[in-house]
Write a new protein. Structure first.
Length: 272
């Protein structure tokens, strides 16, 4: 059987796509449907038929697809990607696809957004919590930030999230992430790029109280925008400050009960 005819038997009749990694189901009358389409409907689109609960898996179709040597649709076809490639190349494409879903870099948002629309998402948010437009910087340049704090921020055992600050460097957008969970403070750098491209970069964050001389400095891998806060926290690749260390690093600011935490970040390509 030639590839065109085989594809007509295997592709989803609803979206006419042939995903390489999706489950296939069938209704009570045997009409097949891919999981991407099944997740969007209540009844079978081909005859308003009912699905069993759980739906019947089309294991024969799935096995034929897993063994087929042909071009498949990108898993992001439903979001506008028209790429069709053989399986081995397609897997790499999907990790870089501009139509893939990624979590918003803002730690208090984390809404899934199409990668190519991240900037639009940031600009549409009018709650003041999303980061401002990224500032251009020269590669290897230091990026200094200050976080304003109150006595209550430091003393209370509560979660705190600070709006990101971002900059562009080497053709990429980087985000400074800072948050507090119970008695620990965390910080890392996220790049608006895939895991493969993130692996090419490292960051250093330095916190120094120039009055007391207290200093903490950490170097680690830059996090890809594809990773959620939970996944980053599970990785362990971030700056961690206990409350005691944190209090030794903050500096008094003007005004009563006001403090500031000075943070300095640098990002560099690995090997440079």
């Amino acid at each position: 059987m030639d590839e065109t005819k085989l594809r007509s038997h295997l592709e989803c009749p609803v979206c006419t796509c042939l995903p390489h990694n999706a489950k296939f189901f069938s209704c009570k009358n045997g009409h097949q449907i891919c999981q991407h389409c099944y997740d969007k409907v209540k009844n079978c689109p081909q005859g308003r038929c009912q699905y069993s609960s759980p739906p019947t898996r089309e294991l024969v179709i799935e096995k034929m697809i897993s063994e087929a040597d042909m071009k498949f649709n990108c898993e992001n076809a439903g979001r506008g990607c028209h790429v069709e490639l053989i399986r081995e190349i397609l897997i790499h494409h999907e990790s870089e696809c501009l139509s893939r879903l990624v979590p918003c870099p803002e730690t208090d948002c984390q809404r899934l957004v199409v990668f190519s629309k991240l900037e639009d998402h940031r600009l549409r948010e009018d709650d003041g919590e999303h980061s401002e437009s990224p500032v251009p910087h020269i590669e290897g340049e230091e990026h200094s930030f200050q976080i304003s704090l109150s006595n209550e921020d430091i003393a209370n055992v509560q979660d705190l999230i600070y709006a990101n600050r971002s900059w562009t460097e080497g053709g990429f957008c980087f985000y400074r992430i800072v948050l507090k969970k119970t008695n620990f403070w965390y910080s890392w750098v996220t790049i608006e790029a895939s895991p493969q491209r993130a692996a090419m970069w490292k960051y250093t964050v330095k916190v120094e109280n120039k009055v007391t001389g207290a200093l903490v400095e950490v170097t680690g891998p830059v996090m890809p925008v594809d990773w959620t806060v939970k996944k980053v926290m599970e990785s362990g690749f971030y700056l961690t400050l206990t409350s005691a260390v944190f209090e030794s690093l903050v500096e008094e600011d003007t005004g009563d009960d006001e403090y500031k935490l000075p943070l300095v970040y640098t990002v560099k390509k690995i090997g440079s």
